[in-house]
Design a protein around this ligand. Sequence first.
Ligand code: ADP
Length: 188
Amino acid sequence: MGPPGAGKGTQATRLADALSVPAISTGDIFRSNVAAGTPLGVQAQRYMNAGEYVPDSVTDAMLEARLDEPEAANGWLLDGYPRTVGQVAALEAVLEARSHRLNAVLVLTVDEEELVQRLAKRALTEGRADDTEEVIRRRQEVYRAQTAPLLESYEKRGLLTTVPGSGPVAKVTESLFEALSLSATRQP
Ligand code: ADP
């Protein structure tokens, strides 16, 4: 978890590779559906371009289907899900139905000014439709209002570890690994 621009995608790929599990990014799945012009993509696009969350009903169904793919049978790392109270509950239900559980929740933190600068820079290289200044600000607001409050419940369950997301990419990955092994020792 972590605000837009914190480096979730970069770090999720690195961690997942090392753990030999798929990194499942809801943002990437939406973007490939938009690019392919699927009905899901058509539905998601207007929310994404405005910096708003895609409705839970759409996102939850998509995520559940992805977790049921054979590739995900031995574990996974979620990037960008859950982001709302409803998604936290939906994920719990999905896990419970499959007798799986969350091992850890990792949060990357970065100052808001640095986040905005990173995303503005990415806008120049990647040209993502939601990396305009106005939409970047809106995405930060939506994260603060809807997603940041969810951390408390994971904290209470002893699952949460917060890792600073600034500094060299490899250094952040190292800190995440340390956090994961710490959280493994906390598991019952
Ligand atoms: P970022 O973390 O920089 O916002 P993502 O690629 O993770 O980038 O997400 C891009 C967009 O995709 C979000 O702004 C939102 O519209 C949509 N999206 C991704 N994940 C979710 C989710 N879990 N719930 C609702 N919408 C989502």
